[in-house]
Ligand binder design. Structure first.
Ligand code: SMG
Ligand code: MG
Length: 368
């Protein structure tokens, strides 16, 4: 394939409800979409970076900048481009994994459409639907939290993840356990809000039999996570710290985690995400698919990935209406607590032109 150009498109979608985490409150989602065009096919990728550098150092504007200045021009210099060739072509440029992942995803979609192969099949999926969890933000009060959890359980979600921070941890977990029982698959996510000095406090979560505690300490602190993991009965899962198959192998070897959250955007793409899946499977480490409030574009790809055999825990692969009143694709609808794995070539779907236009903030064409 030879790319003729790439379109960058910034869109903004209002969230159905504010989403509060230990690092801030979101009321809308800015997303950078990447559309790669060759002479006979186009492919779509979604960049998971947020508008502000709060979850990660990358943010929407840095992604657009590095894509237009360096990453897209580098692909223009590749003769027979395919998805496997994207990461090596971009390797000279340090970091910027979220930007690289979006570009690789667009090329992968274009390539698979040409070959007539669904992404799930290409990645090695073994299921045609995936069980879904939901990530529940920090609320103003415990009664509000219980109402929100009750609503999600009514909708059929198979697992609840509570966002936590100092001051909102043991009590909300206790309340959810008491109200919904010991059988509810329950986990928590701190988004780096604690330090090792909080180890004894975090051990107070142990009696609640959580599936895992996600990313309690800061991103760089693998050693701290290893020390913490030795003092907690709750399994430690890493999210922000896992940026590649190599870092996953290091974290596992160090004992920094016994579960891994795989987000393709955070690790540079779906091909690296599959390698992390393989590394974890070789170590008997369960994985699950994280979420970054994706539109239908990113969600379609995440659901395909979550259908691989090592994804043994429900992911943050919630239905479109968990986030958005109107998605930019046909919406993903929960059925019996599951989302269907798309069956068509590539992503198996594309943006609906009118819905896309409605939320577009700006577009830019980079000709090659
Ligand atoms: O897409 O359901 C989703 C969001 C899941 O909690 C979620 N994501 O750290 O795992 C995480 C967070 C990152 C984004 S929070 C604004
Ligand atoms: Mg997380």
């Amino acid at each position: 394939m030879k790319l003729t150009g790439v379109e960058l498109r910034e869109i903004r979608l209002p969230l159905v409800a504010p989403f509060r985490t230990s690092f801030g409150t979101m009321t809308d989602r800015t997303v950078l979409l990447v559309r790669a065009e060759s002479t006979d096919v186009e492919g779509w990728g979604e960049c998971v970076a947020m508008a502000d550098p709060l979850y990660s150092s990358e943010y929407t504007a840095t992604c657009a900048d590095v894509l237009r200045r360096f990453l897209i021009p580098a692909l223009g210099r590749v003769r027979d481009l395919d998805a496997v060739g994207v990461a090596p072509a971009l390797a000279p440029f340090r970091g910027h994994r979220m930007a690289k992942a979006a570009l690789e995803a667009a090329v992968l979609d274009a390539e698979l459409r040409t070959r007539g192969v669904p992404l799930a099949r290409e990645l090695g999926a073994v299921h045609d639907r995936v069980p879904c969890g939901v990530s529940v933000g920090i609320m103003d009060s415990v009664p509000r939290l219980l109402d929100a959890v009750a609503l999600y359980l009514d909708q059929g979600y198979r697992r609840i993840k509570l966002k936590i921070e100092p001051g909102w941890d043991v009590e909300p977990v206790r309340a959810v356990r008491e109200r919904f029982g010991d059988e509810l698959p329950l986990q928590v996510d701190a988004n780096t809000a604690y330090t090792l000095a909080d180890a004894r406090h975090l051990a107070r979560l142990d009696p609640f039999d959580l599936l895992l505690i996600e990313q309690p300490l800061e991103e760089e602190d693998l050693l701290g996570h290893a020390q913490l993991a030795r003092t907690l009965a709750t399994p430690v899962c890493l999210d922000e710290s896992i940026t590649s198959a190599r870092s996953a192998a290091a974290a596992i070897t160090l004992g920094a985690c016994t579960v891994v959250n795989i987000k393709p955007g955070r690790v540079g793409g779906y091909l690296e995400a599959r390698r992390i899946h393989d590394v974890c499977a070789a170590h008997d480490i369960p994985v699950w698919c994280g979420g970054m409030l994706e539109t239908g574009i990113g969600r379609a790809a995440n659901v395909a990935l979550a259908a691989l055999p090592g994804f043994t825990l429900p992911g943050d692969t919630s239905a479109s209406n968990r986030y958005y009143r109107t998605d930019i694709t046909e919406p993903f609808v929960l059925a019996d607590g599951h989302l269907p794995v798309p069956e068509g070539p590539g992503l198996g779907l594309a943006p609906l032109p009118d819905a896309l236009e409605e939320v577009t903030v700006g577009t830019e064409w980079i000709a090659l």
